[in-house]
Write a new protein. Structure first.
Length: 150
């Protein structure tokens, strides 16, 4: 086994992609535990917050796909589930009837504050482990890792 192989099989922190995956799983578990009483997933909570915070302008499914970095089928399934649970609804766009705007139902509006609180508290639980300088450096480094190759 060469050095590259041993990095893969060693501690999660020995390989960047594994570290990112472990962090993602911890965020996912923490977020879903906080959201369970509201019957929302992490991604659905993000949708609720996005729709509420952008309610002054039309929001379409494509906006969610772009904002969340998810595929059309994934967002379609989430929207269908959220519609079945009376969280969102669709209305035809007045300017172009081929498109549907997404809106929060009254129940969806009620979910905004707990969804936002869950997102913020989960984020704070991770940020609180770092000093302001460490957090700024981590954000800089993650930005560098996430840069798209042109």
């Amino acid at each position: 086994m060469d050095a590259e192989d041993s990095r893969f099989w060693g501690p999660a922190t020995s390989m960047l992609s594994r570290s990112i995956h472990v962090i993602d799983q911890r965020v996912y578990r923490g977020m879903n535990a906080r959201l369970a009483p509201y019957h929302l997933s992490q991604q659905q909570a993000i949708i609720v917050c996005f729709l509420k915070e952008h309610e002054s302008k039309p929001v379409y499914q494509k906006d969610l796909e772009h904002e969340m970095g998810l595929t059309n089928p994934t967002v379609t399934a989430m929207i269908k589930s959220m519609m079945a649970n009376d969280v969102v609804y669709k209305i035809k766009d007045k300017a172009d009837g081929r498109f549907y705007q997404l809106k929060l139902t009254p129940h969806g509006i009620e979910l905004y504050e707990p969804a936002k609180a869950a997102l913020m508290s989960t984020n704070a639980a991770f940020e609180d482990k770092l000093s302001p300088a460490e957090l700024a450096e981590l954000e800089r480094l993650l930005g560098k890792v996430l840069e798209e190759n042109d």
